[in-house]
Design a protein around this ligand. Structure first.
Ligand code: SAM
Ligand code: SF4
Ligand code: SF4
Length: 378
């Protein structure tokens, strides 16, 4: 058996300082980056810990008992997250996604959701608040999350076959408990529930059709995600990526599907509707989506910023460095200062890793310096 070498360089402490420029940058909601992309979507990682060890994200060999998770004092408090979020809303953010690690492991996350739900966008509307979870604690928490102001939820589930799923989460967590969480979310009104399935060739590709059939007609939107080369520890190989085009081909061999228009600009998923006997999309049967992060880059309208567990701003999922907003916050900076500091950081953003992936030298692609997805959030 060949041994896998897992490079690990801790990039978490290597943040760039966030400086307040001489000229204030007003929160007009109109901030754009160097490629003309607005700032609309803020993904906030609320913990770097998880109760799963999905081998594509937190492989057991690296994330073991000795792994140096962040101490609690390094985490942004709920008040700090809420304050930074209000500044981001001033720059045009409309959608907030809580993630991690496993966000439902952060104690009293409902309190954070209530605080975020009280904020307003520049248009005076409540922000859209959603959360991505492995579903393990959802059955218990769905109602309280909804009551706190959560609007939607995305649940990760990589197959319906227990043996396959348990091998992928690597902690022996059963499918039935995640399905129970999904049902609880539907009944709590976290609508529409989305389910994300990471497809790894040779691991769970035979689960594509059973998953599509299971969720057809339930109101749950299933999305197939290409296995990505995020982080530096998952030993990613291109031959384990099953291109979305192939996913659609396999689905269409058994289920009639018709292409649908994107729901919103900058949306990552390509949508396909289940069709009726006349070949038209039947909303009662629902839809599936494919997220082709590897084979079809969507950097052109990427409007997503990521806030790490300890308050570093990342401009791309594949970034090697963040910008330290926590130090600025804890130095007593005003909201105007923080908004002004974020201004030039976003204005200078030119990241488009997925578009460049194919042209990068191997050492840049291998990503030994990249931060982990469990730290900056998916
Ligand atoms: N723990 C939560 C969960 O699993 O939903 C939230 C955090 S997780 C990092 C967010 C999403 O990233 C999940 O849907 C997960 O499947 C996806 N993800 C993690 N590593 C990935 C990889 N290498 N390629 C594609 N998606 C990945
Ligand atoms: Fe945990 Fe989510 Fe990563 Fe799986 S994908 S290890 S559930 S953070
Ligand atoms: Fe956005 Fe970076 Fe992903 Fe491109 S690679 S879509 S810039 S996060």
């Amino acid at each position: 058996m060949s041994e896998r070498v897992i490079p690990l360089v801790d990039q978490r402490t290597a943040a760039l300082a966030a400086r307040v420029p001489a000229m204030p940058v007003a929160p007009t909601g109109l901030l754009t980056d160097a490629r003309g992309r607005p700032l609309r979507d803020l993904r906030i990682s609320v913990t770097d810990r998880c109760n799963f060890r999905c081998n594509y994200c937190m492989p057991k060999e690296v994330f073991d008992k000795g792994y140096p998770y962040l101490p609690h004092s390094d985490l942004l408090s709920f008040e700090e997250i809420t304050r930074l979020t209000s500044v981001f809303l001033g720059h045009g953010v409309r959608k907030i996604r809580l993630t991690g690690g496993e966000p439902l492991l952060r104690r009293n996350i409902e309190a954070l959701i209530s605080q975020l739900a009280a904020l307003r966008t520049v248009d005076g509307n409540p922000p859209e608040i959603t959360l991505t979870t492995n579903g393990s604690l959802l059955a218990r928490k769905a109602r309280a999350l909804r009551e706190a102001g959560l609007q939607r939820v995305t649940v990760s589930l990589d197959g319906l076959d227990d043996a396959v799923f348990q091998r992928m989460n690597d902690v022996g967590f059963p499918v039935a408990d995640v399905l129970e969480g999904i049902d609880a979310a539907r009944h709590a009104g976290l609508h529409p529930v989305k389910v994300n399935m990471v497809v790894k060739r040779g691991t769970n590709e035979h689960e594509i059709l059973p998953m599509a059939k299971h969720f057809r007609g339930t109101g749950v939107i299933l999305r197939f995600i290409e296995y990505m080369d995020v982080g530096a520890t998952n030993g990613w190989r291109m031959d384990e990526v099953l291109p979305s085009a192939e996913v659609i081909e396999r689905l269409r061999a058994e289920l009639p599907l018709v292409p649908l228009d994107p729901a919103a600009p900058g949306e990552t998923a390509e949508r396909w509707g289940h069709a009726n006997a006349q070949g038209h999309h039947d909303p009662a049967l629902g839809e599936v989506g494919v997220i082709s992060s590897v084979t079809k880059a969507f950097c052109g309208d990427c409007n997503r910023a990521r806030l790490s567990t300890e308050g570093q701003l990342y401009l791309c999922l594949f970034a090697t460095q963040g910008h330290d907003l926590r130090s600025l916050l804890r130095s007593g900076a005003s909201d105007t200062d923080i908004a002004s500091a974020i201004g030039p950081i976003w204005q200078g953003r030119s990241d488009r890793y997925s578009e460049l992936r194919g042209t990068l030298p191997a050492d840049a692609r291998q990503g030994t310096r990249r931060v982990e997805m469990s730290y900056i959030g998916g």
